[in-house]
Write a protein that binds this ligand. Structure first.
Ligand code: SF4
Ligand code: SF4
Length: 218
């Protein structure tokens, strides 16, 4: 179970700056268990967004938002509402946000921070997608996690070593930052890369932060 908590409403509203219509996605799995993204929290979020002058075009609470195929199937009937929206706000762990970003060519905002694995990873079919950093940065990276998908966990852009879209550390894997650039290009939001992102506070992750390389003393 992935442990997540909702981001402060002020932070969520700052993501929605300049947007009017938003489609809400929740998760009936871990996020419901954590009370960060089940139906009740989605309804409460709808009220807060409407109080702030936003229009909520629809709500879908997916049984397991970390399952990309399930997200695709569940969101299909809402296609018209989603096309009519400026963005999606996803109340789930980081994997659910990335699953939504993988199936919808729209801006996808993370509504939660994932703070701990809590025992079991999500249902993404091929590899790890969230390292429970406690301060989700998917807002700034097109809904693709630079911590899970970049070998150097770089938060502010590519290292420059990628060749033909592959990672210089593991050429068998795609460069995470190339994926980020491709998606931001696809949704017409490359401008996000000019946002100044606050320094990351690794202290809020219950996993204890990124792996460190031991430095040998002379
Ligand atoms: S930035 Fe990545 S590691 Fe951190 S919560 Fe979001 S998806 Fe998970
Ligand atoms: S090549 Fe891409 S994924 Fe690999 S370390 Fe550099 S930026 Fe990260």
């Amino acid at each position: 179970m992935l442990i997540s908590e909702q981001k402060p409403i002020e932070e969520i509203l700052s993501y929605l700056n300049g947007e009017e219509k938003v489609f809400l996605v929740g998760c009936g799995g871990c996020a419901e268990g954590c009370r960060s993204g089940g139906m009740q929290q989605a309804m409460e979020m709808k009220e807060k967004l409407e109080q702030a002058g936003k229009t909520v075009t629809g709500i879908s609470v997916i049984d397991f938002a970390c399952n990309e195929q399930l997200v695709r199937l569940t969101l299909q009937p809402y296609e018209c509402s989603i096309v009519d929206s400026d963005s999606l706000l996803v109340l789930s762990c980081g994997i659910g946000v990335q699953a939504a970003a993988a199936v919808v060519d729209r801006m996808v905002h993370p509504g939660c921070n994932t703070i701990s694995l809590g025992g079991r990873h999500g249902e993404w079919h091929d590899g790890e997608r969230c390292q429970e950093c406690g301060q989700c940065v998917l807002e700034y990276t097109g809904g693709i996690c630079p911590i899970a998908r970049c070998a150097k966990q770089i938060l502010h852009g590519p290292c420059g070593g990628s060749v033909e879209g592959r990672c210089e550390v593991s050429p068998d894997l795609p460069c995470g930052w190339q994926l980020i650039l491709d998606r931001l290009t696809r949704i017409g939001r490359l401008d996000i890369l000019t946002d100044v992102v606050p320094p990351k506070n690794w202290g809020v992750s219950l996993t204890g932060g990124p792996p460190t390389v031991p430095i040998k003393k002379r």
